[in-house]
Design a binder for this molecule. Structure first.
Ligand code: SF4
Ligand code: SF4
Length: 375
């Protein structure tokens, strides 16, 4: 049996749903596209993981010959509706960038071990553009929403790519989109207009991006979330699936009945926005980390998102928890709690803001209080 077939068989055996192989040649189309988008992609170009180098595997690993592109379908479970209001499916599925001691990270690790045993050198730390690699390896196409769509599955898929030094048998690419020409459902449904043209998405306007990429210290971004984005986040604290939920190419998966995931059922009972805003260390470890492993390592960003979500409920029952948040030691949390109080907008919320403004010393929080009172 050829090494190509051996690798594909093993990957399917350990649970991947599709496997394709492409060459390790540069993704020149990706490089051109990213560079053409200028400041919109500063965060990506400046990231210390050097994503643009990942689009040129041979620059980092001269022995690179093949890229194995793997698809894992994460849609095959019943996601609790109360969690879907707050957390995107890919995070609930605990598969994106999963560490090796979690089941989805362990699967990836198993494949790495297998490849090494078969004498392959692996290009570790090369961040290949996964969607481009999947298209070139024939396992996915692009939707107008920029998501990758795997054949007979849809876009609720995790993609992994592994660069190796062995020359394998390459699969034919699958560049053609399966979008009906007239369909623009994803573009119309996006609450912020982030998909400004087919296949062109402005991450700075995307709710998913704002919920977790906006952290201080990351190049090209800060922790600040603009007012318009905050309002559109609704109760989402991590991720956004809107442009995938409206897609006809996902409707079969969305209508299908899948078994519940006992872990998510339990999590859904515990995962509330007030608890998230007043997050204890144990809540963070037990309820948040399992679905958000390594995205938001500082609790304050999740608390920021929880404050926004609570404000967007416009439910005055949340006044007490937001009032307590105005005493949080983190100015980030106090600032967004002030915005949330303004969003709820009752006389009582106003009284809390006025009282807090007398003792507040942070310029950021004071500016948020002022804006909240003016609104
Ligand atoms: S993930 Fe949400 S905010 Fe981002 S492009 Fe899709 S619909 Fe718009
Ligand atoms: S909603 Fe329509 S245009 Fe958007 S990705 Fe799906 S099929 Fe394509």
């Amino acid at each position: 049996m050829s090494l190509t077939q051996d690798i594909k068989d093993y990957a399917l055996d350990i649970g991947y749903h599709q496997v394709g192989i492409t060459s390790a040649d540069s993704f020149t189309d990706h490089l051109e596209e990213v560079r053409s988008r200028g400041a919109i992609y500063d965060f990506y170009v400046q990231d210390p993981r050097q994503f643009l180098m990942g689009a040129q595997p041979l620059e980092t690993m001269p022995s690179a010959r093949s890229i194995i592109s793997l698809v894992w379908d994460y849609s095959q479970k019943a996601f609790p509706s109360s969690l879907l209001e707050k957390v995107g499916r890919i995070y609930q599925a605990r598969c994106y960038d999963a560490p090796p001691d979690r089941i989805n990270g362990a699967r990836y690790q198993l494949l790495l071990n297998f490849l090494e045993k078969r004498g392959c050198e692996i290009g570790r730390g090369i961040f290949v553009p996964e969607r481009r690699a999947a298209a070139r390896a024939g396992v996915a196409t692009f939707g107008k929403n920029s998501f990758a769509y795997a054949k007979k599955i849809g876009s609720f898929v995790l993609l992994n790519s592994i660069v190796i030094d062995q020359e394998l048998e390459y699969d034919p690419p699958a560049y053609n989109s399966r979008c009906p020409i007239e369909c623009t459902a994803c573009m119309k449904a996006c609450p912020t207009g982030a998909i400004y043209e087919p296949l062109k998405l402005d991450p700075r306007r995307c709710l998913a991006f704002n919920a977790w990429w906006t952290q201080d210290g990351r190049p090209g971004v800060t922790s600040y979330i603009p007012f318009l984005i905050r309002e559109k986040m609704g109760t989402r604290v991590h991720g956004c699936d809107i442009c995938q939920e409206v897609c006809p190419n996902n409707s079969a998966r969305l209508k299908a009945r899948f078994p519940s995931d006992p872990f998510l059922v339990q999590l859904a009972k515990e995962f509330t926005l007030p608890k998230m805003l007043e997050m204890s260390d144990s809540f963070y470890r037990r309820t948040v980390l399992p679905i958000m492993y390594n995205y938001l390592t500082d609790k304050k960003y999740l608390q920021r998102n929880a404050a926004i979500a609570l404000g967007n409920t416009r439910n005055p029952d949340h006044l007490p928890v937001l009032k307590r948040a105005m005493k949080n030691p983190e100015e980030l949390v106090r600032g967004y709690a002030a915005w949330a109080l303004g969003r709820i907008g009752s006389g009582k919320a106003r009284a809390v803001l006025e009282s807090c403004s007398k003792r507040e010393t942070s310029e950021f929080v004071l500016s948020e209080i002022k804006a909240a009172l003016e609104n």
